[in-house]
Design a protein around this ligand. Sequence first.
Ligand code: BGC
Length: 252
Amino acid sequence: MQIFGVDIGGSGIKGAPVDLDRGDLAQERFKVLTPHPATPDAVADGVREVVEHYGWTGPVGVTFPGVVTGGSTIRTAANVDKGWIDTDARALLSDRLGGLPVTVINDADAAGVAEMRFGAGRGRKGTVILLTFGTGIGSALFTDGVLVPNSELGHLELSGHDAEKRASSKAKEDGDLSWERWARRVEKYLAHVEMLFSPELFIIGGGVSRKSAKFLHYIDGLQAEVVPAELQNNAGIVGAAMRAAEEGVGER
Ligand code: BGC
């Protein structure tokens, strides 16, 4: 079965039809730049452009970089336009897509769902936490494979700051930090999360997962196993489509 997945990120809106049996894109993905300011209206136009590129007429799963309740309502918008807060994103996007069924899920939760099924978390029981390092820090918390949605661990306090302001990959770029210096911050952050949740496994996702050889060896002081994500850039798209399938948004 195929369902369309869209990943709304700080720099791009990416999407493709997803083959849900393989957990992979069924066609090469298409990307448009995220508009600035990333208002609901402007982003909805970007999502439409991506979906229309394929002439898609079925269900669509969409990620969002903030708290999403009920597959629909946006509650926070740390790194996108604040106009999203309290927006019914399902209604907005479905309307913009000519009435196609839509479900919305937090971006890190989507990546986590995909990694647990098809990637680094496959078959893993106990507490597993996926963290995405990008513009912010996203988190997905699982217990015996079941997601606890909207965990938002990127906003824990670290050294008196919002953790994502210290340890995201944007913080690395903004502060011109070496891989080692940044990795020490990440390790400190992971130690804090470990103190709270004692996970068996941390999965490191986001753009940096491709570069794990540059920094993962610096992170050696934890009890938990720490591994890079396997689906890398496509995890959000795949997870969004999986969620749309689970919700049966295409069945009427
Ligand atoms: C948001 C999260 C999101 C993460 C990654 C954070 O600032 O609060 O909801 O998952 O960034 O995009």
